[in-house]
Design a protein around this ligand. Structure first.
Ligand code: DQA
Length: 143
């Protein structure tokens, strides 16, 4: 049983990027934690990040073809990308939209998401712990 954890633009900067908003953990730290947790949960996690929208769309297409559940932090594409929405609309095995920050408590443009209404569920504002929670939920659901 596989789960994909996909991260969009600028998330490779985690730890250095606005730590007051996103915390001090790096994406590598989060990936390591998720990998360890996944082993406990008996799922295989593939943790990825890209600043390229084409790359992200390709990963989502593959997940759709392979019916793999997806956790996605789409970063700024959340608020801009109809293309990402269209790709995600094809996913059939579960989609968790995840934001480290509480996007509803920030600038107004972050309140709108192109993904939320097609996601199975949304996590926002729980910091990098949100990744663990999303994984646990998907693993339980896969059983
Ligand atoms: C984010 C929130 C987005 O608005 C922002 O563009 C990001 C990160 C989050 O994890 O809180 O890059 O998705």
């Amino acid at each position: 049983r596989r789960v994909l954890v996909l991260n969009g633009p600028n998330l490779g900067r985690l730890g250095r990027r606005q730590p007051e908003v996103y915390g001090s953990e790096t994406l590598a730290d989060v990936a390591a934690r998720c990998t360890a947790l996944a082993a406990d949960l008996g799922v295989q996690v593939e943790f990825r990040q890209t600043d390229s929208e084409a790359q992200m769309l390709g990963w989502v297409h593959d997940a759709a073809d392979e019916r793999v559940p997806v956790v996605i932090n789409p970063g700024a594409w959340t608020h801009t990308s109809v293309a990402l929405r269209d790709a995600c609309a094809e996913l059939s095995a579960g989609l968790v939209e995840l934001h480290i920050s509480n996007v509803h408590a920030r600038e107004p443009f972050r309140r709108h998401s192109y993904l939320s209404d097609i996601a199975t569920g949304v996590i926002a504002g729980l910091g990098t712990r949100g990744y663990d929670l999303a994984l646990r939920w998907l693993a339980e659901r896969e059983r």
